[in-house]
Write a protein that binds this ligand. Structure first.
Ligand code: SF4
Length: 477
Protein backbone atom coordinates (compact mmCIF):
# COMPACT_ATOMS: atom_id res chain seq x y z
CA UNK A 1 0.00 0.00 0.00
CA UNK A 2 1.27 3.48 -0.85
CA UNK A 3 2.32 5.37 2.30
CA UNK A 4 1.14 8.93 2.93
CA UNK A 5 3.50 11.77 3.81
CA UNK A 6 3.60 13.02 7.42
CA UNK A 7 5.77 15.97 6.31
CA UNK A 8 6.53 17.04 2.72
CA UNK A 9 8.78 20.10 2.34
CA UNK A 10 11.15 20.33 -0.64
CA UNK A 11 14.07 22.77 -1.02
CA UNK A 12 14.29 25.46 -3.61
CA UNK A 13 17.77 26.05 -5.01
CA UNK A 14 16.89 29.67 -5.85
CA UNK A 15 16.00 30.35 -2.24
CA UNK A 16 19.23 28.71 -1.07
CA UNK A 17 21.22 31.00 -3.33
CA UNK A 18 19.71 34.11 -1.81
CA UNK A 19 21.20 32.93 1.49
CA UNK A 20 20.00 33.51 4.96
CA UNK A 21 20.26 37.11 6.14
CA UNK A 22 19.18 36.54 9.74
CA UNK A 23 21.80 35.55 12.33
CA UNK A 24 21.33 31.96 13.50
CA UNK A 25 20.15 31.41 17.06
CA UNK A 26 21.99 29.16 19.49
CA UNK A 27 19.58 26.52 20.69
CA UNK A 28 20.23 24.01 23.51
CA UNK A 29 19.02 20.68 22.18
CA UNK A 30 16.40 18.86 24.22
CA UNK A 31 14.65 15.74 23.04
CA UNK A 32 10.85 15.68 23.28
CA UNK A 33 10.41 13.50 26.38
CA UNK A 34 7.39 11.75 24.77
CA UNK A 35 9.76 10.26 22.20
CA UNK A 36 12.16 8.66 24.66
CA UNK A 37 11.66 4.91 24.43
CA UNK A 38 10.24 4.79 20.86
CA UNK A 39 13.39 2.94 19.82
CA UNK A 40 13.38 0.43 22.69
CA UNK A 41 14.13 -3.06 21.40
CA UNK A 42 15.05 -1.66 17.96
CA UNK A 43 18.38 -1.38 16.16
CA UNK A 44 19.95 1.16 13.80
CA UNK A 45 22.79 1.42 11.31
CA UNK A 46 24.20 4.64 9.81
CA UNK A 47 26.20 4.46 6.59
CA UNK A 48 28.31 7.57 6.14
CA UNK A 49 29.79 8.83 2.87
CA UNK A 50 32.07 11.81 2.21
CA UNK A 51 33.93 14.16 4.50
CA UNK A 52 34.60 14.46 8.24
CA UNK A 53 31.65 16.87 8.50
CA UNK A 54 29.36 13.98 7.60
CA UNK A 55 31.14 11.67 10.06
CA UNK A 56 30.57 14.23 12.82
CA UNK A 57 26.88 14.59 11.84
CA UNK A 58 26.48 10.80 11.91
CA UNK A 59 27.92 10.66 15.43
CA UNK A 60 25.30 13.20 16.54
CA UNK A 61 22.48 11.30 14.84
CA UNK A 62 23.69 8.09 16.52
CA UNK A 63 23.53 9.99 19.84
CA UNK A 64 19.94 11.10 19.16
CA UNK A 65 18.87 7.57 18.15
CA UNK A 66 20.40 5.99 21.26
CA UNK A 67 18.60 8.57 23.39
CA UNK A 68 15.35 7.24 21.88
CA UNK A 69 16.30 3.68 22.87
CA UNK A 70 17.79 2.38 19.58
CA UNK A 71 20.89 0.18 19.76
CA UNK A 72 23.60 0.11 17.10
CA UNK A 73 23.93 -3.01 14.95
CA UNK A 74 26.69 -4.03 12.54
CA UNK A 75 24.38 -6.46 10.68
CA UNK A 76 22.45 -4.66 7.97
CA UNK A 77 19.74 -7.36 7.72
CA UNK A 78 18.96 -6.94 11.45
CA UNK A 79 18.63 -3.15 11.38
CA UNK A 80 15.18 -1.67 12.04
CA UNK A 81 16.42 1.70 10.77
CA UNK A 82 19.11 2.23 8.13
CA UNK A 83 20.23 5.79 7.45
CA UNK A 84 22.44 6.78 4.49
CA UNK A 85 24.30 10.03 5.19
CA UNK A 86 25.18 11.07 1.65
CA UNK A 87 27.83 13.18 -0.10
CA UNK A 88 27.32 15.37 -3.19
CA UNK A 89 30.91 16.39 -3.86
CA UNK A 90 31.37 14.09 -6.87
CA UNK A 91 29.00 12.43 -9.26
CA UNK A 92 30.33 8.93 -8.60
CA UNK A 93 29.61 9.35 -4.86
CA UNK A 94 26.01 10.05 -5.86
CA UNK A 95 25.82 7.07 -8.22
CA UNK A 96 26.98 4.80 -5.41
CA UNK A 97 24.00 5.87 -3.32
CA UNK A 98 21.55 5.06 -6.11
CA UNK A 99 23.18 1.61 -6.37
CA UNK A 100 22.85 1.14 -2.60
CA UNK A 101 19.16 2.08 -2.68
CA UNK A 102 18.45 -0.60 -5.28
CA UNK A 103 20.30 -3.19 -3.20
CA UNK A 104 18.76 -2.22 0.14
CA UNK A 105 15.26 -2.74 -1.27
CA UNK A 106 15.95 -6.47 -1.39
CA UNK A 107 17.19 -6.44 2.24
CA UNK A 108 14.07 -4.52 3.29
CA UNK A 109 11.83 -7.16 1.66
CA UNK A 110 13.28 -9.78 4.03
CA UNK A 111 12.83 -7.43 7.01
CA UNK A 112 9.33 -5.93 6.77
CA UNK A 113 9.03 -2.71 8.75
CA UNK A 114 12.66 -1.73 8.17
CA UNK A 115 12.77 2.07 7.94
CA UNK A 116 15.10 3.53 5.31
CA UNK A 117 16.35 7.10 5.65
CA UNK A 118 18.43 9.42 3.51
CA UNK A 119 20.14 12.62 4.63
CA UNK A 120 23.29 14.66 3.91
CA UNK A 121 24.41 16.93 1.06
CA UNK A 122 22.81 14.98 -1.79
CA UNK A 123 19.41 15.60 -0.24
CA UNK A 124 19.86 19.37 -0.61
CA UNK A 125 19.51 18.96 -4.39
CA UNK A 126 15.96 19.21 -5.67
CA UNK A 127 16.71 17.11 -8.74
CA UNK A 128 18.02 14.24 -6.59
CA UNK A 129 14.98 14.34 -4.33
CA UNK A 130 12.66 14.19 -7.32
CA UNK A 131 14.55 11.16 -8.67
CA UNK A 132 14.43 9.37 -5.32
CA UNK A 133 10.76 9.97 -4.60
CA UNK A 134 9.90 8.72 -8.11
CA UNK A 135 12.21 5.72 -8.45
CA UNK A 136 12.78 4.57 -4.87
CA UNK A 137 9.41 4.63 -3.07
CA UNK A 138 10.79 2.26 -0.39
CA UNK A 139 12.71 5.25 1.13
CA UNK A 140 10.72 6.38 4.20
CA UNK A 141 12.61 9.45 5.45
CA UNK A 142 14.43 12.18 3.51
CA UNK A 143 15.97 15.19 5.25
CA UNK A 144 18.82 17.60 4.56
CA UNK A 145 21.89 19.01 6.25
CA UNK A 146 20.08 21.82 8.12
CA UNK A 147 17.59 19.79 10.13
CA UNK A 148 19.40 16.73 11.52
CA UNK A 149 18.19 17.58 15.03
CA UNK A 150 14.64 16.77 13.92
CA UNK A 151 15.56 13.10 13.39
CA UNK A 152 13.63 11.92 16.52
CA UNK A 153 10.41 13.47 15.15
CA UNK A 154 10.98 11.93 11.72
CA UNK A 155 11.50 8.49 13.25
CA UNK A 156 8.28 8.91 15.23
CA UNK A 157 6.35 9.70 12.03
CA UNK A 158 7.93 6.79 10.14
CA UNK A 159 7.09 4.38 12.97
CA UNK A 160 3.46 5.47 12.47
CA UNK A 161 3.78 4.21 8.90
CA UNK A 162 4.02 7.60 7.20
CA UNK A 163 6.75 9.06 5.01
CA UNK A 164 8.86 12.14 5.72
CA UNK A 165 10.38 14.58 3.25
CA UNK A 166 11.71 17.75 4.84
CA UNK A 167 14.65 19.63 3.35
CA UNK A 168 15.34 23.23 4.28
CA UNK A 169 16.57 25.62 1.58
CA UNK A 170 18.28 27.91 4.04
CA UNK A 171 20.56 27.13 6.94
CA UNK A 172 19.10 26.65 10.38
CA UNK A 173 20.18 27.53 13.88
CA UNK A 174 23.20 26.22 15.76
CA UNK A 175 22.29 23.39 18.12
CA UNK A 176 24.39 22.81 21.23
CA UNK A 177 24.25 19.90 23.69
CA UNK A 178 23.25 17.37 21.01
CA UNK A 179 24.02 13.87 22.35
CA UNK A 180 26.94 12.23 20.54
CA UNK A 181 28.02 8.61 20.18
CA UNK A 182 31.62 8.86 19.02
CA UNK A 183 33.10 6.21 16.75
CA UNK A 184 36.59 6.43 18.18
CA UNK A 185 37.48 6.12 21.87
CA UNK A 186 40.55 8.43 21.78
CA UNK A 187 40.05 10.73 18.80
CA UNK A 188 37.14 13.11 18.45
CA UNK A 189 35.73 15.41 15.77
CA UNK A 190 34.61 18.81 17.04
CA UNK A 191 32.62 21.08 14.71
CA UNK A 192 33.68 24.68 15.18
CA UNK A 193 31.59 26.13 12.37
CA UNK A 194 29.15 25.13 9.66
CA UNK A 195 28.74 26.17 6.02
CA UNK A 196 31.02 27.98 3.60
CA UNK A 197 31.00 31.48 2.05
CA UNK A 198 33.80 30.91 -0.47
CA UNK A 199 31.87 29.77 -3.57
CA UNK A 200 34.77 28.14 -5.41
CA UNK A 201 33.34 27.74 -8.89
CA UNK A 202 33.65 23.93 -8.93
CA UNK A 203 32.13 23.25 -5.52
CA UNK A 204 28.56 22.45 -4.48
CA UNK A 205 29.16 22.78 -0.70
CA UNK A 206 28.06 26.43 -0.23
CA UNK A 207 24.69 25.43 -1.76
CA UNK A 208 24.28 22.24 0.31
CA UNK A 209 25.73 23.39 3.64
CA UNK A 210 24.73 27.07 3.59
CA UNK A 211 26.33 30.21 4.96
CA UNK A 212 29.20 30.21 7.47
CA UNK A 213 27.97 29.98 11.06
CA UNK A 214 30.48 29.74 13.91
CA UNK A 215 29.84 28.14 17.28
CA UNK A 216 30.55 30.34 20.30
CA UNK A 217 34.13 29.91 21.59
CA UNK A 218 33.01 28.96 25.10
CA UNK A 219 30.87 26.07 23.73
CA UNK A 220 33.83 24.68 21.75
CA UNK A 221 36.26 25.10 24.66
CA UNK A 222 33.84 23.38 27.04
CA UNK A 223 33.38 20.46 24.63
CA UNK A 224 37.15 19.97 24.30
CA UNK A 225 37.55 20.23 28.11
CA UNK A 226 34.95 17.49 28.58
CA UNK A 227 36.65 15.31 25.95
CA UNK A 228 39.95 15.66 27.80
CA UNK A 229 38.24 14.64 31.06
CA UNK A 230 36.77 11.59 29.30
CA UNK A 231 40.28 10.48 28.24
CA UNK A 232 40.27 11.62 24.62
CA UNK A 233 43.79 12.28 23.33
CA UNK A 234 43.20 13.97 20.01
CA UNK A 235 40.65 16.47 18.77
CA UNK A 236 40.20 17.54 15.14
CA UNK A 237 38.46 20.88 14.74
CA UNK A 238 36.11 20.79 11.76
CA UNK A 239 34.78 23.37 9.33
CA UNK A 240 34.67 23.78 5.54
CA UNK A 241 36.99 26.77 6.03
CA UNK A 242 38.21 26.78 9.64
CA UNK A 243 40.31 29.90 9.02
CA UNK A 244 37.11 31.91 8.63
CA UNK A 245 36.04 30.86 12.14
CA UNK A 246 34.54 33.73 14.14
CA UNK A 247 34.11 36.18 11.24
CA UNK A 248 30.32 35.94 11.47
CA UNK A 249 30.32 36.29 15.27
CA UNK A 250 31.58 39.87 15.21
CA UNK A 251 33.17 39.57 18.65
CA UNK A 252 36.79 40.14 17.60
CA UNK A 253 37.66 36.47 18.19
CA UNK A 254 39.06 34.37 15.34
CA UNK A 255 40.57 31.00 14.59
CA UNK A 256 44.01 31.94 15.98
CA UNK A 257 42.37 32.96 19.29
CA UNK A 258 40.58 29.64 19.43
CA UNK A 259 43.80 27.68 18.80
CA UNK A 260 45.59 29.70 21.48
CA UNK A 261 42.84 29.01 24.03
CA UNK A 262 42.65 25.31 23.19
CA UNK A 263 46.44 25.09 23.56
CA UNK A 264 45.95 25.79 27.29
CA UNK A 265 43.71 22.72 27.79
CA UNK A 266 45.00 19.32 28.95
CA UNK A 267 44.31 17.55 25.63
CA UNK A 268 47.38 16.05 23.95
CA UNK A 269 46.70 16.79 20.30
CA UNK A 270 44.76 19.40 18.35
CA UNK A 271 44.39 19.14 14.58
CA UNK A 272 42.10 21.06 12.25
CA UNK A 273 40.64 20.77 8.79
CA UNK A 274 39.98 22.24 6.26
CA UNK A 275 42.04 25.39 5.84
CA UNK A 276 41.66 27.93 3.04
CA UNK A 277 44.76 29.85 1.88
CA UNK A 278 42.71 33.03 1.45
CA UNK A 279 41.83 33.21 5.18
CA UNK A 280 44.94 31.47 6.57
CA UNK A 281 46.58 34.44 8.29
CA UNK A 282 49.71 35.49 10.21
CA UNK A 283 47.88 35.21 13.53
CA UNK A 284 47.22 31.52 12.83
CA UNK A 285 50.90 31.01 11.94
CA UNK A 286 51.84 32.58 15.28
CA UNK A 287 49.33 30.37 17.12
CA UNK A 288 50.77 27.28 15.41
CA UNK A 289 54.29 28.42 16.28
CA UNK A 290 53.40 28.13 19.98
CA UNK A 291 53.53 24.36 19.50
CA UNK A 292 52.17 22.65 22.61
CA UNK A 293 49.20 20.54 21.62
CA UNK A 294 48.84 22.15 18.15
CA UNK A 295 50.23 19.50 15.80
CA UNK A 296 52.99 20.39 13.28
CA UNK A 297 50.93 19.49 10.23
CA UNK A 298 48.88 21.68 7.93
CA UNK A 299 46.55 20.58 5.17
CA UNK A 300 46.28 23.66 2.93
CA UNK A 301 44.47 22.95 -0.36
CA UNK A 302 46.14 24.85 -3.22
CA UNK A 303 44.10 23.32 -6.10
CA UNK A 304 46.32 24.82 -8.85
CA UNK A 305 49.71 26.50 -9.25
CA UNK A 306 48.53 28.88 -11.94
CA UNK A 307 47.02 32.29 -11.23
CA UNK A 308 44.67 32.29 -14.22
CA UNK A 309 43.24 28.90 -13.20
CA UNK A 310 43.01 29.99 -9.54
CA UNK A 311 41.01 33.01 -10.69
CA UNK A 312 38.63 30.85 -12.73
CA UNK A 313 38.24 28.64 -9.64
CA UNK A 314 37.43 31.78 -7.57
CA UNK A 315 40.07 30.80 -5.00
CA UNK A 316 40.90 34.45 -4.12
CA UNK A 317 44.68 34.04 -3.79
CA UNK A 318 47.64 33.87 -6.16
CA UNK A 319 50.41 31.30 -6.35
CA UNK A 320 52.77 33.95 -4.91
CA UNK A 321 50.50 34.63 -1.93
CA UNK A 322 50.17 30.90 -1.27
CA UNK A 323 53.96 30.44 -1.36
CA UNK A 324 54.48 33.43 0.90
CA UNK A 325 52.21 31.92 3.57
CA UNK A 326 53.91 28.52 3.26
CA UNK A 327 57.37 30.08 3.61
CA UNK A 328 56.35 32.05 6.69
CA UNK A 329 54.86 28.91 8.20
CA UNK A 330 57.96 26.81 7.48
CA UNK A 331 60.06 29.43 9.26
CA UNK A 332 57.72 29.69 12.23
CA UNK A 333 57.20 25.93 12.65
CA UNK A 334 60.45 24.22 11.56
CA UNK A 335 59.91 20.73 10.15
CA UNK A 336 56.15 21.19 9.70
CA UNK A 337 54.52 18.73 7.31
CA UNK A 338 52.37 20.31 4.60
CA UNK A 339 49.78 18.45 2.57
CA UNK A 340 47.31 19.72 -0.01
CA UNK A 341 44.48 19.11 -2.49
CA UNK A 342 45.02 19.57 -6.23
CA UNK A 343 42.59 19.50 -9.16
CA UNK A 344 44.02 18.83 -12.62
CA UNK A 345 42.32 19.41 -15.98
CA UNK A 346 40.13 22.21 -14.69
CA UNK A 347 38.16 23.59 -17.68
CA UNK A 348 40.53 25.53 -19.93
CA UNK A 349 43.73 24.44 -18.10
CA UNK A 350 46.52 24.59 -20.70
CA UNK A 351 49.63 22.47 -20.60
CA UNK A 352 51.68 25.47 -19.41
CA UNK A 353 49.19 26.15 -16.63
CA UNK A 354 49.36 22.50 -15.56
CA UNK A 355 53.19 22.74 -15.56
CA UNK A 356 52.84 25.65 -13.09
CA UNK A 357 51.12 23.25 -10.70
CA UNK A 358 54.00 20.79 -11.01
CA UNK A 359 56.52 23.55 -10.32
CA UNK A 360 54.58 24.63 -7.22
CA UNK A 361 54.60 21.02 -5.95
CA UNK A 362 58.40 21.02 -6.33
CA UNK A 363 58.72 24.33 -4.54
CA UNK A 364 56.55 23.44 -1.53
CA UNK A 365 57.59 19.76 -1.36
CA UNK A 366 54.15 18.62 -0.21
CA UNK A 367 54.32 15.48 1.87
CA UNK A 368 50.94 14.26 0.75
CA UNK A 369 48.07 15.33 -1.45
CA UNK A 370 44.57 14.40 -2.48
CA UNK A 371 44.66 14.76 -6.23
CA UNK A 372 41.67 14.74 -8.55
CA UNK A 373 40.71 15.12 -12.17
CA UNK A 374 38.15 17.96 -12.33
CA UNK A 375 34.64 16.55 -12.32
CA UNK A 376 31.73 18.91 -13.06
CA UNK A 377 28.97 19.33 -10.46
CA UNK A 378 25.66 20.41 -11.88
CA UNK A 379 24.53 23.75 -10.43
CA UNK A 380 28.07 25.14 -10.05
CA UNK A 381 29.48 27.84 -12.40
CA UNK A 382 32.43 25.70 -13.59
CA UNK A 383 30.05 23.01 -14.86
CA UNK A 384 29.20 25.39 -17.73
CA UNK A 385 32.86 26.10 -18.66
CA UNK A 386 34.03 24.37 -21.85
CA UNK A 387 36.66 21.66 -21.38
CA UNK A 388 38.38 20.41 -24.52
CA UNK A 389 40.78 17.91 -22.93
CA UNK A 390 40.38 14.23 -23.79
CA UNK A 391 39.98 11.63 -21.01
CA UNK A 392 43.43 10.36 -21.94
CA UNK A 393 44.99 13.82 -21.45
CA UNK A 394 43.24 14.29 -18.11
CA UNK A 395 44.43 10.91 -16.82
CA UNK A 396 47.94 11.63 -18.05
CA UNK A 397 48.05 14.91 -16.09
CA UNK A 398 46.88 13.17 -12.93
CA UNK A 399 49.34 10.32 -13.38
CA UNK A 400 52.36 12.63 -13.77
CA UNK A 401 51.29 14.74 -10.81
CA UNK A 402 50.91 11.69 -8.60
CA UNK A 403 54.34 10.38 -9.64
CA UNK A 404 55.88 13.68 -8.59
CA UNK A 405 53.97 13.94 -5.33
CA UNK A 406 54.89 10.38 -4.37
CA UNK A 407 58.58 11.37 -4.58
CA UNK A 408 58.06 14.10 -1.97
CA UNK A 409 55.77 11.85 0.03
CA UNK A 410 58.58 9.29 0.28
CA UNK A 411 61.11 12.01 1.09
CA UNK A 412 58.84 13.27 3.86
CA UNK A 413 58.74 9.82 5.42
CA UNK A 414 62.47 9.21 4.99
CA UNK A 415 63.38 12.28 7.00
CA UNK A 416 62.17 10.48 10.15
CA UNK A 417 64.32 7.34 9.80
CA UNK A 418 66.51 7.07 12.91
CA UNK A 419 64.34 9.60 14.81
CA UNK A 420 62.20 8.92 17.86
CA UNK A 421 58.60 9.98 17.20
CA UNK A 422 55.50 10.10 19.37
CA UNK A 423 52.68 7.90 18.12
CA UNK A 424 49.07 7.73 19.26
CA UNK A 425 48.30 4.01 19.00
CA UNK A 426 45.11 3.40 17.01
CA UNK A 427 44.98 -0.42 17.02
CA UNK A 428 46.15 -3.27 14.83
CA UNK A 429 47.58 -2.33 11.44
CA UNK A 430 45.33 -2.57 8.36
CA UNK A 431 48.25 -3.97 6.34
CA UNK A 432 49.45 -6.54 8.90
CA UNK A 433 47.25 -7.77 11.77
CA UNK A 434 50.32 -8.82 13.76
CA UNK A 435 51.45 -5.19 13.93
CA UNK A 436 49.98 -2.08 15.54
CA UNK A 437 49.73 1.34 13.96
CA UNK A 438 49.17 4.98 14.76
CA UNK A 439 49.97 8.51 13.64
CA UNK A 440 52.88 10.77 14.52
CA UNK A 441 52.52 14.44 15.41
CA UNK A 442 53.25 15.18 11.71
CA UNK A 443 50.29 12.93 10.80
CA UNK A 444 52.40 10.13 9.38
CA UNK A 445 51.38 6.50 9.68
CA UNK A 446 53.75 4.19 11.62
CA UNK A 447 53.58 0.40 12.04
CA UNK A 448 55.27 -1.28 15.03
CA UNK A 449 54.98 -4.22 17.41
CA UNK A 450 52.96 -3.42 20.52
CA UNK A 451 50.47 -4.90 22.99
CA UNK A 452 46.65 -4.60 23.08
CA UNK A 453 46.91 -2.47 26.26
CA UNK A 454 48.94 0.12 24.30
CA UNK A 455 45.88 1.14 22.23
CA UNK A 456 44.96 4.73 23.02
CA UNK A 457 48.37 5.55 24.51
CA UNK A 458 51.00 7.88 23.11
CA UNK A 459 54.22 5.86 22.75
CA UNK A 460 57.74 6.76 21.76
CA UNK A 461 58.72 4.85 18.62
CA UNK A 462 62.15 4.72 16.97
CA UNK A 463 61.70 4.82 13.19
CA UNK A 464 63.71 2.08 11.48
CA UNK A 465 62.50 2.22 7.88
CA UNK A 466 60.44 4.40 5.55
CA UNK A 467 58.09 3.22 2.82
CA UNK A 468 56.17 5.45 0.39
CA UNK A 469 53.01 5.41 2.48
CA UNK A 470 54.14 4.57 6.02
CA UNK A 471 56.99 4.18 8.48
CA UNK A 472 58.19 1.13 10.36
CA UNK A 473 59.45 1.47 13.92
CA UNK A 474 60.23 -0.06 17.31
CA UNK A 475 58.57 1.01 20.53
CA UNK A 476 60.94 2.40 23.16
CA UNK A 477 59.72 1.13 26.52
S1 SF4 B 1 36.28 26.59 0.38
FE1 SF4 B 1 35.71 26.23 -1.76
S2 SF4 B 1 36.09 24.02 -2.04
FE2 SF4 B 1 36.01 24.38 0.18
S3 SF4 B 1 33.86 23.98 0.75
FE3 SF4 B 1 34.05 26.19 0.37
S4 SF4 B 1 33.47 26.44 -1.78
FE4 SF4 B 1 33.90 24.26 -1.48
Amino acid sequence: MKKEYGINVKPSLMQARKRFQVKPQIIRYQVDSNLIGIGDGKTYMIKTYGCQGNLADSEKMAGMLEQLGFKKTEAEEDADFILFNTCAIRENAENRIFGELGRIKRVQKKHPGMIIGLCGCMMQEEKTINAITKKYPHVDIIFGTHNITKLPQYIDIALKNKKVLEVMSVEGDIYEDVPVVRDHPYKAWVDIMYGCDEFCTYCIVPYTRGKERSRMPQDIIEEVKQLALQGYKEVTLLGQNVNAYGKDLDIGYGFADLLTDLNKLPIERIRFTTSHPHDFDDATIQAMALGGNIMPHLHLPVQSGNNEVLKRMNRKYTKEEYLDKINKLKKAVPGISITTDIIVAFPGETNEQYEDTLSLVKEVEFEGAYTFIYSPREGTPAATYPNSLTEEEKKDRLYKLNELINEYFAKGYERFVGEVVEVLVDGTSKQDEAMYSGYTKHNMLVNFEAKPEDIGKILKVKVTKAFTWHLLGEVIR
